[in-house]
Design a protein around this ligand. Structure first.
Ligand SMILES: NC(=O)c1ccc[n+]([C@@H]2O[C@H](COP(=O)([O-])OP(=O)(O)OC[C@H]3O[C@@H](n4cnc5c(N)ncnc54)[C@H](OP(=O)(O)O)[C@@H]3O)[C@@H](O)[C@H]2O)c1
Length: 260
């Protein structure tokens, strides 16, 4: 039997946790899940987990070589652009196969009233001058962009505390998944005029988009940042199939082995 293949899962998403569960019991793989350490109580994963940055591209390349990683799955959030760029660059330096696991973006449906913008500054500007009650579901890291639009009251929902970042704000701490009825009730209770969302895609947080559609509320939708051009799959199962294929090709002796 061939040795277990060491793999690195770049995580921080439900897809990464799902893939970790799939490989955990599979003796073909020896996985390491890597988290940035942004959330104080990350979802439990049944595999070896390391937490914290690698120290840029060089640090990641060093980690891949040092840990003898034979394949990397970048299952980070579609808005985590830096780590994905770093993974693509480190892959080129070390020559390790890299797959991206990314859920597809949400698509505009009939009844949606979306204003698509490129970034958070664009989202703050798109809210306009007239004071509004804004449901901000973008996490806490980029809230500062909305300090430029202090005429609005923000209802901020985040996993980690977001105190002190915006002058006029109602703070709600919660982690998805959320139900459509609960999202509609929240939007009505808070008299929301407009929703701001990243186009994260996926089921866990889609309810707010459906709720806005049902209530006829406009959504300011932040488009995804560009990601490196690497092979991409949309599900943990497809990523597992890719890993199994990598394992198989690493286990099959080359027809040229032993020649020359
Ligand atoms: N951005 C979002 O909206 C969002 C939403 C949900 C979950 N997340 C998760 O939260 C994490 C941070 O997101 P971000 O937007 O701050 O990322 P980012 O801007 O792409 O990354 C910033 C730095 O954080 C470190 N890092 C990011 N992901 C890492 C990982 N999985 N393991 C080890 N180090 C990691 C890297 O530091 P070094 O350069 O030192 O290696 C990276 O350069 C990601 O893992 C992502 O999957 C992000």
């Amino acid at each position: 039997m061939s040795a277990a293949m060491r793999i690195l899962l770049l995580g921080g998403t439900s897809e990464a946790t799902a893939l970790a569960r799939l490989v955990a019991e599979d003796t073909r793989f020896e996985p390491v899940l890597s988290l940035a350490g942004r959330t104080s109580a990350p979802a439990a994963a049944p595999v070896t987990t390391r937490i914290g940055g690698f120290g840029g591209v060089d640090g990641l390349a060093h980690f891949l070589a040092e840990e003898k990683i034979a394949a990397v799955v970048d299952a980070t959030h579609p808005f985590a652009a830096r780590i994905s760029a770093n993974a693509a660059a480190a892959r080129r330096m070390v020559g390790v196969p890299l797959l991206a696991l990314a859920r597809p973006p949400w698509q505009r449906q009939p009844g949606d009233s979306w204003t698509e913008v490129a970034d958070m500054a664009g989202a703050a500007a798109a809210l306009g001058g007239k004071p509004a009650r804004v449901f901000l579901t973008i996490g806490r890291q980029e809230l500062a962009a909305f300090a430029a639009a202090p005429q609005h009251h923000y209802v901020v929902r985040s996993i980690e505390p977001a105190e002190g970042l915006l002058a006029s704000a109602t703070l709600i701490r919660a982690r998805g998944p959320f139900a459509v009825e609960d999202e509609m009730a929240l939007m009505q209770r808070e008299a929301i005029d407009v929703v701001v969302s990243k186009n994260a895609g996926g089921r866990a947080t889609e309810a707010k988009i459906i709720a806005a559609r049902n209530l006829g509320l406009p959504v300011v939708m932040v488009r995804r940042p560009d990601r490196p051009d690497v092979p991409t799959v949309e599900t943990a199962e497809a990523a597992l199939a890719w890993l199994i294929a990598r394992h198989r090709s690493a286990s099959v002796p080359s027809p040229l082995a032993g020649e020359g």
